[in-house]
Design a protein around this ligand. Structure first.
Ligand code: CU
Length: 454
C-alpha cells in the first residue's frame, strides 16, 4: 500500500510546474493518483479534525483552506485503470483514477469544488445525497449549463449533514458512468467521537463490459457485464480489509451499476447503520450477514471484528464473483463428451473439453485472449479460490497494530480448527431410486371445471 506522504512528495515533484500555473489562475492544485494501491490517508492537516476513511484501492483528495473554505479541484479526464494485474481498461475518471478520489469534509464545512472538464464531451457533477442549493445540484440542463470540454466550473455549498454520499455526472450519464465516472464523498460528524469506529472502509460498486482483447467498455450494455468490481478492481486485485481483533469496523459501499448487489460478510453479523439518507437510529437497526444494495444506494454497515481469520466478503450473486465469462455457454454437467473431444482434437490439437463435472478449473491451464482475466482466479493457502469480481477478504488479526493496514498474509488456523477429510468408517453409499427418466407422454385430456358458484 502506498502511503499518502510518499505519494504527495511524488506528486509535488512531478507537478511543480503545474502548481505555479494553477496558483496564478487562483485554482487549487489538482493532485493526481496513477497507482491503484490503497492509500491510507493521514489525519487531516487543516480544518476540523475527523477520522479519515480508507478507500479500497483508492485515495482521498487533498484540499486547500482559503478564507475558511475547503477548496478541492477535480479534473474529469480519460484514465487507464488497472482492473487487475495484466488487464487494463481505457476509462474515464477524475484526477488520474476511476473512481475519482474520495472527498472528505466535516459537517458544517463550506466546500468549494473546481471541476475541470478534460473529456471530449460535456459533463457535470451531481453531489448525490447532499442537501444543497438547487443550482449546485449538478443536473446539466436543469440546474446549470453542462461544463463544455476545456472549461472549469465551480460548485460551492455547505456540507450540512454527516453521512455517506457520492458524486457522479448528470450529463450523458449512461455513457459516463459506464466509463467509470464516479467518486465517494464522506461528510464526517462535527464531533469526531460521534459514530467513531476504528476502521472505516469505503468503495463503489461498478461494472464494465470489456470484450477480451479490447480495452474500452461497451457503454450500451444494460445487464450482461463481464467485469464486476469494487472501485474498478476485480478479485484477486481488490485489497483485503485488514483489521485488528476487537476493532469496531465500518464498511461503506455505494452502487453505481445497473443491478442490485447483496453484499455478504462471513464470520460476523453486522448492522446497517447508515444510508445515503443519513444515520439509521439505533432502535431501527437489525442484525444481518447480507445487505442488498440497490442501484443508486449507499450503505454503511458496522460490526465488532471479534472473530480472527480470513473472512470472505463478496456479492452473493454468483455471476458477480466471476471475471470475464461467456454467458451463452451450454451446461455440460453430466454430459460424457470424451468421444467428441477426441474427434475435435484431430482437427484442433490442444482443444479442451470443459464443464462435464462443473465449471471448476481444477488445475487446468488454458491460454486466454489478450487483455482479459481468467473467470475464476486467486490462490489461497489451501489452493485455488475459484472466485473473481466482487470478492475480497476481511482479515481479522489479534496482533495487527492500530492503524496498520498492511496485509498480514494468510491466517494461521489454530491446530484442529480446519475442515478436514473424514478418515473414519463410512456408511454404504446411498443411491437415488431408479426411476425411468422418460416415458412417451400420453395425450392430454383436459377436464373443464364446473362453473364456480361464489
Ligand atoms: Cu453483485
Amino acid at each position: 500500500m502506498t502511503n499518502r506522504r510518499s505519494f504527495l512528495t511524488g506528486a509535488a515533484l512531478i507537478g511543480a510546474g503545474m502548481v505555479s500555473r494553477a496558483g496564478a489562475a487562483g485554482l487549487p492544485e489538482a493532485p493526481l493518483q496513477p497507482a491503484a494501491a490503497t492509500a491510507v490517508p493521514p489525519p487531516p492537516p487543516t480544518g476540523r479534525p475527523f477520522n479519515p476513511v480508507v478507500t479500497l484501492n483508492g485515495w482521498s483528495l487533498p484540499w486547500r483552506m482559503k478564507d475558511n473554505v475547503k477548496e478541492f479541484h477535480l479534473v474529469a479526464e480519460p484514465v487507464v485503470r488497472e482492473i487487475a494485474p495484466g488487464m487494463f481498461a481505457n476509462l474515464w475518471g477524475y484526477n488520474g483514477q476511476t473512481p475519482g478520489p474520495t472527498i472528505e469534509v466535516v459537517e458544517g464545512d463550506r466546500v468549494r469544488i473546481f471541476v475541470t472538464n478534460k473529456l471530449p464531451e460535456n459533463t457535470s457533477v451531481h453531489w448525490h445525497g447532499q442537501i444543497l442549493p438547487n443550482g449546485m445540484d449538478g443536473v446539466s440542463g436543469v440546474t446549470q449549463p453542462a461544463i463544455p470540454p476545456g472549461k472549469t466550473f465551480v460548485y460551492e455549498f455547505v456540507a450540512k449533514h454527516a453521512g455517506t454520499f457520492m458524486y457522479h455526472p448528470h450529463a450523458d450519464e449512461m455513457a459516463q458512468m459506464a466509463m467509470g465516472m464516479m467518486g465517494f464523498w464522506v461528510t464526517h460528524p462535527k464531533d469526531p467521537a460521534l459514530h467513531a469506529v476504528d476502521r472505516d472502509f469505503v468503495f463503489l460498486l461498478s461494472a464494465y463490459d470489456i470484450e477480451p482483447g479490447s480495452y474500452t467498455p461497451k457503454i450500451n450494455t444494460m445487464l450482461d457485464f463481464n467485469l464486476w468490481t469494487f472501485n474498478s478492481r476485480a478479485f484477486p486485485a481488490i485489497d483485503p480489509m485488514v483489521v485488528r481483533k476487537g476493532d469496531r469496523v465500518r464498511i461503506r459501499a455505494g452502487n453505481l451499476t445497473m443491478t442490485n448487489h447483496p453484499i455478504h460478510l462471513h464470520g460476523h453479523t453486522f448492522e446497517v447503520t447508515g444510508t445515503d439518507g443519513g444515520w439509521v437510529k439505533p432502535a431501527a437497526r437489525w442484525p444481518e450477514v447480507t445487505t442488498d444494495i440497490a442501484v443508486g444506494q449507499m450503505r454503511a454497515i458496522e460490526f465488532i471484528a471479534d472473530n480472527p481469520g480470513d473472512w470472505a466478503f463478496h456479492c452473493h450473486k454468483s455471476h458477480h464473483t466471476m471475471n470475464a465469462m461467456g454467458h451463452d455457454v451450454p451446461t455440460m454437467i453430466g454430459v460424457d463428451h470424451r468421444g467428441v473431444a477426441e474427434k475435435i482434437n484431430k482437427l484442433v490439437p490442444g482443444y479442451m473439453v470443459m464443464g462435464e463435472k462443473g465449471g471448476s478449473m481444477g488445475g487446468m491451464q488454458m491460454p486466454i485472449p489478450e487483455n482479459t482475466l481468467p473467470m475464476m482466479t486467486g490462490t489461497g493457502q489451501y489452493g485455488e479460490i475459484e472466485m473473481g469480481g466482487m470478492f475480497t477478504l476481511l482479515k481479522v488479526r489479534e496482533n495487527q497494530a492500530r492503524g496498520d493496514y498492511s496485509d498480514p498474509g494468510w491466517y494461521k488456523h489454530p491446530q484442529g480448527s480446519v475442515a478436514r477429510e473424514w478418515t473414519g468408517e463410512l456408511p454404504p453409499p446411498s443411491t437415488a431410486p431408479n426411476v425411468p427418466v422418460t416415458k412417451a407422454a400420453a395425450p392430454l385430456s383436459v377436464k373443464r371445471n364446473a362453473p364456480h358458484r361464489h
